[in-house]
Design a protein around this ligand. Structure first.
Ligand code: COA
Length: 157
């Protein structure tokens, strides 16, 4: 697996892929909405695509180094091509993001829908712990679980 920054030419196919997947179907973020989001990644956020041996885009990660509490890494989006789930690509993509984030600080956070039990199992399997629950944060009646992976506190004392 190789990684490189998201390029404008990636956007149409990647947006179609993300818009066809859970949890974004349930959150009503469809392909056109993803096209707008991917075309305007906010300043301070990194957007990376994962490529297979044939240079096909097989995954996407969007994250920031200080996106959690202005102190710690925050992963906004992590996704693997649905046809490739369960093949270890998510683990590799996340490990790459973590390598970048942990080079700048000892914590990384993310939110995962309480309904998204597959992703929760994935995050637990790769070392994340649920540290909170944001009730009805994005949508009414839908809770977001806060996950953290840590190598220790920010300060020594
Ligand atoms: C979540 C996601 C990124 C995981 O990527 P993946 O390539 O499917 O996961 P991997 O194959 O690398 O799995 C790594 C480990 O996670 C666990 N895991 C992954 N999927 C799982 C599932 N459906 N159920 C239980 N455990 C799972 C396994 O322990 C696995 O390790 P193993 O293969 O050694 O058993 C991917 O499934 C995805 O894109 N899902 C849809 C989008 C999404 O929900 N993103 C997260 C939003 S918060």
């Amino acid at each position: 697996m190789r990684f490189r920054p998201l390029a404008p030419a990636d956007v149409p196919a990647l947006a179609a892929m993300l818009g066809s997947m859970e949890p974004w179907i349930s959150y009503r973020v469809d392909g056109p909405a993803w096209e707008r989001l991917l075309a305007a990644v906010p300043p301070g956020e990194e957007a990376l695509v994962a490529l297979d041996g044939d240079d096909r885009v097989t995954g996407y990660a969007q994250f920031s180094y200080k996106g959690a509490f202005c102190l710690s890494g925050y992963i906004r989006t992590l996704a693997v091509d649905p046809g490739r789930h369960g093949g270890g690509l998510g683990r590799q993509l996340l490990a790459h993001v973590e390598e970048l984030v942990f080079a700048r600080g000892p914590n990384v956070f993310l939110l995962c829908s309480a309904r998204n039990e597959k992703a929760q199992a994935f995050y637990r399997a790769v070392g994340y712990e649920q540290v909170g629950c944001l009730n009805a944060y994005v949508l009414p009646g839908e809770d977001e679980l806060l996950f953290r992976k840590t190598r220790g506190p920010i300060r020594k004392q």
